[in-house]
Design a protein around this ligand. Structure first.
Ligand code: DQA
Length: 146
């Protein structure tokens, strides 16, 4: 089973960026922990981060037919990107949306997700644990379980 993790803008700054909201763990550390969990279960994981909407769209397009599940934190693009939404629909890969914070408890502009209704489900509000729960969900709901 192959799972692609996609991270949107500013998530490369995790650990330094608003740690009271997003925690003190870096994206590299989160990815390393996911990779350890994946190794234990024989799952292949690939990690991608970009600050650019078009690059994220292209990565999702390339993932078509190559991955059994996708875990995505679109970050700020969650609330704005019709292009990422459309790419996810076109890719037709079972997808889990994750957020470190719980956008429903934050500013009103974060309360709309253009992504939530085109994914299997969303995990938010658990800090880095959202990624680990997202990984578990991806294994469970991905195309190939072996
Ligand atoms: C986020 C929430 C978004 O509203 C914000 O723009 C982010 C991170 C989260 O993981 O909590 O960059 O996706």
């Amino acid at each position: 089973m192959r799972i692609l993790f996609v991270n949107g803008p500013n998530l490369n700054l995790l650990g330094e960026r608003e740690p009271s909201i997003y925690g003190g763990t870096t994206l590299q550390q989160i990815n390393d922990r996911v990779r350890d969990k994946a190794r234990e279960t024989g799952v292949e994981v690939v990690f991608y981060q970009s600050n650019h909407e078009g690059e994220i769209v292209e990565r999702i397009q390339k993932a078509r037919g190559q991955f059994d599940a996708l875990v995505i934190n679109p970050a700020a693009f969650t609330h704005t990107s019709v292009a990422i939404r459309d790419a996810l629909i076109a890719a037709n890969i079972p997808t889990i949306e994750v957020h470190l914070s719980n956008p429903a408890k934050r500013e009103s502009f974060r309360q709309e997700s253009l992504i939530s209704d085109v994914v299997i489900g969303t995990v938010s509000g658990f800090g880095e644990t959202s990624y680990y729960l997202g990984f578990e969900a991806a294994k469970e709901f991905g195309k190939r379980k072996e």
